[in-house]
Write a protein that binds this ligand. Structure first.
Ligand code: OOG
Ligand code: MG
Length: 242
């Protein structure tokens, strides 16, 4: 997986991998991200996947997953993303949370949130044509490639039904609502706390949690301007370059 990511060379998915159960898949993910950390990247938090019907339908899966973020995946808001280093990147609109502290067991998610922001995740499956089984996509770090976070604001109001638009070159490409994310993105945060704790990953102050896409993902082509707008929160965007 690490080599497929580094060299932008896809590997076959939905392949015969009888030993790849969920535990093994998360072990592969940890090992593969471990190689990135050994090369000097720093942990930056986690991303949730398949927290919305729209995403589950698009990818033909029905199980929540999570992956790990590193600082090297961060694209500055308004910055550029180089498509050429990736296989077939897609953008999807998300909500980002920044943690004020490590979440204790059974933590009230809102109480652990320092700030919330509109965000874009750029996914880039290392499998041919984005076709994979659930264990395969977990082993592939949940297709994580990059993320863009817009302006952080304190969590003051409800997040359970904010309009979301993903724009390409100023035109809406996907529309939805934060309600698509488990009914409320804060639920995705609770799931992130539970699922990571179960696998021994400790989140800490300053970590980012991406709640999962509110809509289906859209291919990122060189030259496009991509922006996610979330009503009441603002927007996050980037320009794709070759
Ligand atoms: C897997 C990642 C799913 C989300 O937000 O639902 C995800 C994929 O679609 O390749 O990041
Ligand atoms: Mg995502």
């Amino acid at each position: 997986m690490d080599e497929a990511a580094r060299t932008a060379t896809p590997v076959p998915g939905r392949a015969d991998r009888p030993d790849l159960d969920l535990d093994t898949a998360y072990d592969v993910q940890a090992a593969s991200v471990g190689l990135r950390l050994a090369r000097g990247e720093r942990p930056a938090g986690v991303k949730m996947g398949f927290t919305s019907e729209a995403k589950m339908r698009q990818m033909g899966v029905n199980e929540m997953i999570w992956g790990r973020l590193t600082d090297a995946m961060r694209v500055e808001d308004g910055g550029t993303f180089g498509v050429g280093a990736h296989i077939h990147p897609r953008a999807e609109p998300e909500i980002a949370f920044r943690l004020a502290r490590a979440p204790g067991p059974g933590a009230d998610p809102a109480a652990v949130v320092e700030a919330v922001a509109p965000a874009i995740e750029i996914i880039n499956s290392r499998y041919v044509d984005f076709r994979f089984t659930v264990p395969e996509v977990i082993a592939d770090n949940a297709s994580a490639a990059a993320f863009v976070v817009g302006p952080w604001v304190p969590l003051t109001g409800p997040l359970d039904d904010l309009d979301v638009v993903l724009e390409i070159d100023g035109e809406p490409a996907q529309k939805g609502s934060t309600a698509a994310i488990l009914g409320d993105p804060l639920r995705a945060l609770t799931e992130a706390f539970d699922l990571t704790a179960r696998r021994g990953l400790r989140l800490s102050a300053g970590d980012i949690v991406l709640a999962g896409a509110a809509t289906a993902a859209v291919p990122v082509r060189p030259g496009s301007r991509v922006r996610a707008r979330v009503a009441g929160l603002g927007s996050a965007g980037f320009t794709a370059v070759p």
